[in-house]
Design a protein around this ligand. Structure first.
Ligand code: MG
Ligand code: MG
Length: 262
C-alpha cells in the first residue's frame, strides 16, 4: 500500500529530513584518514540526540548502529566499528532519523583524502544518476521512469548496478511501498502521485552487478570486491514540482531536478 501524505505530514517529514541533512554535513566534515567508522557513529548519535531526534536505523531489525558505514567494496549496511579509514578509501554513510514520528533517509559516499580518478568518476556518475532519477520522479510518471533514468546514466559508463536492494517509500515508516529499483525490472510500476514521499538510492559498482552478504549478516559487498558508491535522497512529490527534502547546505543544487514541471 502506497501512503499518500497530507501537507501536515510532509511538513513533519521535511523537518526530519532537514535535521538529517545537517547531520550528514557534520559527518562529512569529520571524515579524514585515521578515524574509525565507530567515530562517525558516535558523532551521529550525539548530533541526532542534540537535535531531539532518534536514529531510525538503530535497532531496526536488530541493526546495531545509528549509521550504516560501508567502506570501499562494501555497498550498504556496513556496521560501524573499529575499521580505520585510510587515504584513498571511500565511505558510504547512510542515515535515517525519526523526528516527531516522521522518518527521513539519505546517504552520501565520501572520499577519504584523495582518491583515484577511477573512484572519483564512480562517485560523480552515481551522484548524477541520483539527480537524473530525481528529475524523473515527478507526478504523472511511473516508478520505471525513475529506474530508467538512474540506469541510463550508470550503464553509459559500464558500471554495475546493484539489483537486490532498491529505493522505497518513506516518511511515516522507514521503509514503505513502493520499491524503486535502480534498473527497469518486471515488478510493480505504480504511477507517482502528489503526496508520495520516496527515497531514491542508486548503488553503483566499479565492477560487476553482483553482491554478497558477509557473515555478519548485514554488510553487503561487491562479489568482485571492487569499489561501490551509494547516494540517496528523500524527495516529496507535489502536483507541479518535486522537492529534495534531504538536500544538504553543502550541496550544489541541481536545478533540473527541482524546477516545477508544467
Ligand atoms: Mg538509506
Ligand atoms: Mg533507503
Amino acid at each position: 500500500m502506497i501512503r499518500i501524505k497530507t501537507a501536515k505530514q510532509i511538513a513533519g517529514i521535511r523537518e526530519s529530513c532537514h535535521l538529517l541533512a545537517d547531520v550528514l554535513d557534520t559527518l562529512e566534515q569529520q571524515i579524514q584518514p585515521g578515524i574509525t567508522t565507530a567515530d562517525l557513529d558516535r558523532t551521529a548519535r550525539a548530533e541526532i540526540a542534540a537535535l531531539g531526534g532518534r536514529p531510525a536505523f538503530l535497532g531496526y531489525q536488530g541493526f546495531p548502529g545509528a549509521l550504516c558505514t560501508s567502506v570501499n567494496e562494501e555497498v550498504i549496511h556496513g556496521i560501524p566499528g573499529e575499521r580505520v579509514l585510510h587515504e584513498g578509501d571511500v565511505v558510504s554513510i547512510d542515515c535515517g532519523i525519526e523526528y516527531n514520528g516522521y522518518f527521513s533517509d539519505s546517504a552520501i559516499t565520501v572520499p577519504v583524502g584523495t582518491v583515484s580518478d577511477e573512484v572519483r568518476a564512480l562517485l560523480d556518475v552515481t551522484r548524477r544518476s541520483l539527480e537524473e532519477g530525481i528529475g524523473a520522479a515527478v507526478a504523472g510518471n511511473r516508478v520505471n521512469d525513475v529506474s530508467r533514468a538512474v540506469y541510463r546514466v550508470v550503464s553509459e559508463h559500464n558500471y554495475g548496478v546493484v539489483r537486490p536492494y532498491c529505493g522505497h517509500g518513506v516518511g511515516l515508516e522507514l521503509h514503505e511501498d513502493p520499491q524503486i529499483p535502480n534498473y527497469v525490472g518486471r515488478g510493480p510500476n505504480p504511477r507517482l502521485k502528489p503526496g508520495m514521499v520516496v527515497a531514491i538510492e542508486p548503488m553503483v559498482n566499479l565492477g560487476g552487478d553482483g553482491v554478497d552478504v558477509l557473515d555478519d549478516e548485514w554488510t553487503v559487498v561487491t562479489e568482485d570486491r571492487r569499489v561501490s558508491a551509494h547516494f540517496e535522497h528523500t524527495v516529496a512529490i507535489f502536483r507541479d514540482h518535486t522537492e529534495v527534502l534531504t538536500r544538504r547546505r553543502s550541496e550544489t543544487p541541481h536545478a533540473a531536478a527541482e524546477v516545477s514541471v508544467s
